[in-house]
Write a protein that binds this ligand. Sequence first.
Ligand SMILES: [Zn+2]
Length: 354
Amino acid sequence: MTKTAVVFSPKYLCHKTGHRHPETPSRLRVIMRELNKSGILGNEGCSLVEPEIVSINDLKRVHDIDYIQRIKQFCRCGGGLLDREDTMVSPESYDVARLAAGGTVKAVDLVMAGKCRNAFAFVRPPGHHAGPNYPMGFCVFNNVAVAAAHLLEKFSLDRVLILDVDAHHGNGTQDIFYRSGRVLYVSLHEDPIEFPLTGFADEVGEDDGLGYTVNVPLPYGTDDRIYLRAFNEIAVPIINQYKPQFILVSTGFDNHYADPVGNLSLSALSYVKIFDAVLESASKFCQGKLVAVLEGGYSLRFLGKLACAVTAKMAEIPYVIHDRHRGAGVKIRKKGEKTIEQVKKIQSSFWKTS
Ligand SMILES: [Zn+2]
């Protein structure tokens, strides 16, 4: 059995966002180049898998049919700016976005069928900002949410964890599962005060979903030390109490200090530690069943290496990454520690933290 499946198609490069847009096809080009160059792809522990287009039925569990039709029509008419901000699409984007959502479903199906232990879906456009009826922040269809809904419906799971480690709050994912107790959404992200204006610590879910949304908003400039403290003291204990049946990781590499879009200051170390912990939880609670889905990450210099560090960890292939760590100032650290205590206090009515 292959340990790790890498889901990718060159068709993902056909979603065009225009000149100088950070969410460029080159993101996947650098990732695939590095996965090949490093020998991770080609190693017997890791194999490349072609995605399939998502069915409308799978898509409809998460998005309104009117919204799906609107995207189709808009792309067929030539594309352009989908929202008032920065979500660009080209004529091909509807099909590519369906292939992106299909890539995450494929990854989940492979893992559920025992064809691999875990998988990384390297897809674009990304998904976690897209809600039931809106595009946002470069996202068209919510890939990770489609995969989670597929797990709930097709496999009748009741405890699916979505861990979101993109630099930005996954407002769309939160929105989609805010009233569901069958999906635990845990997100660590930069202070959402400028974007996306959701993801504050007191957003904890509603109705059946009360307590199943965990937001950890960290100050701009947060470094490995504070981030990993928040992760180990809040996310890990909550995940262990939840005992997930499947783990999905919305993996954005825009937390990195060199990222031109994100405002945090992590090095590769955080990604390695996050996956160390989450792979351990997966093996403890769900026979290792884990799918990572690419979200953001825009530093073309580091993106390939960061993706390799995570994929190698998942496949248990040695990979060395040299990455300089830039620490945060004392002021930021103090602010970060205050936030951690604040989140713990809010979460204490639902979960034990350490
Ligand atoms: Zn992001």
